[in-house]
Structure formats: structure tokens, C-alpha cells
Design a binder for this molecule. Sequence first.
Ligand code: HH2
Length: 284
Amino acid sequence: MIFRARQFEFRFPRPTLLMGVVNVTPDSFSDGGQFLDPAAAIAHAFRLVEEGADLLDVGGESTRPDAEPVSEAEELRRVMPVIEALVGRVRVPVSIDTMKPGVARAALQAGASLVNDVGANRTEPDMWRLVADAGAGYVVMHMLGTPRTMQRAPTYRDVVAAVGEFFADRLRRLAAAGVHADQTVLDPGFGFGKTVGHNLQLLAALRSFTKWQRPLLLGVSRKSFVGHVTGETQAVARLPGSLACACWGVEAGASIVRVHDVRATRQALRMTEAILATVNGTTG
Ligand code: HH2
């Protein structure tokens, strides 16, 4: 399996890729306001690379439930100085976390290598054409509704089947828009229109989503369902629960984890991978 994002190419199997989160927002649930100043965001991004991030995900709009939508101009104002400062100065691909084609276009023009589209439930193909033209990577994330509405009593007949059908449909639509399968990453969208039970069911069934032979991205870091299960109310204190999910996720076939705590997650995953390699008889 190969993942291509412009000049970058990752071949799997390989150690799990760590995507470090850079939120240039005042209101992210996990670290809102800490990196709104571009200089702080840039310094944070360099630190994440030093700690072992294989990708950087820069976002200028919080997608937490009930977050205030941000205008395109404001989102550009937040993310562009950060993307421009990072591209060419870090050796890892820079991802733009946006639902807006206009923001994705500007980020790609500035040298970003992939688009992390939490709004991949869109039906208009303009975002996909941009990705096709740039040869960029593209994260296909499942969300029920919009950040405004997604946590209002989400219901599914079968959440695992619904996410699977979404992936199959989007891979077809992306191919029709000229995006090669090698450019895609699949993400069940933990917390995006999901109850605690739905998130747990998706984690339990993660392996079933490997059937498309595409890297699976796991975005569980500090999320509220970890708080619900563990009783930890503070997002920044949810690292142990997040690590448990990440280790399970890698055992269940995840290839990329999107995290705030790169150094700690890297250590947990390298250890998990060493154990798995021994279980599978591929080392010593
Ligand atoms: N989760 C968040 C944001 N972007 N992208 C993908 N592909 N998968 C995710 O699970 C995901 C994501 C939410 O986390 P965070 O960026 O910390 O919070 P906020 O949206 O409040 O900025």
C-alpha cells in the first residue's frame, strides 16, 4: 500500500505515522487559544517535528460540537502565515485541516501537501478537483451532519456499516473527480456525529475498514468520549486514555494517528509495534 501526497510517498507496512496537531484557533476543545499567535503555532509545529511528527496538520477553524463557524478570510488569516513559514522549512508534509475549498486552494498554492477534509461528506466535487490537480493527499473523514448539528442525538441503524458505505461511496466519487486511490486516507471521524457507544463500536470494528487497502487515520486524541469513559473532564489530562486508543488502533490496523501529544504517543506506538512484530514473528 502506498500513500502519495505531492512529492511525499509513504509505503506500508511501516511504523505508524504520527500526525501532529497545530490548531491556530481561539476555541479548539483540546488546546484553544494556545497557538492563535502565528509565532506560537510555528514554534509548536517545529517542536512537534523534533518530537517525531511525520506530518503536521494545521487548522484554523475548530470543529468541536457547536463551534462558531469562521469566515474564509479569517481562516486564511490564521493558517496562511503558519503554512508559509513551515513549508520548505520542515522535512515533513504539511496538511491543511479545512472544510473550505478556498482555504485548501491557498494552502496547496503555498506548498501544503495534503487536505484533511472533515467535511468529506460534501457532494460538490470542487474540493476533490483541487486535490486531483495538485496531486495532493486527501483525508476522507466521516461526519454525520455539520459541526453545529453533529452531536444532536446522532443515530444510525449500524454505525460501522454506515461508515463503510460512506468510504466506498467517497472512493468512487473521488476517482470520478480524478483523485487516485493512492492519494487517499480513510478516517471514521471519532466524535463527529457519534455517541460514546458509536465511537467504541468503530474502534472495535476498525480492522474491517482496512479492506479498501488504504491507510486508516485515527483521530481520538483528548476527545470527549475518552473523558466520558474515564471520568477525566480536562481535555489535556486525557493522554493515558488517548494512548490506550492509539495502541489498540495500531493493533487493529490504523496507519496514521492524529495527536496533540507526539512524544508520548510515539513512545507508546513504537513499543506496541515492537510487541506486535514479535507476536507476528517478524523480529528476533
Ligand atoms: N478531529 C479534530 C479535528 N480534525 N481531522 C481528522 N481527519 N480526524 C479527526 O478525528 C479530527 C480532525 C478535532 O480535534 P482538534 O483539532 O483538537 O479540535 P478542534 O476541532 O476543536 O480544533
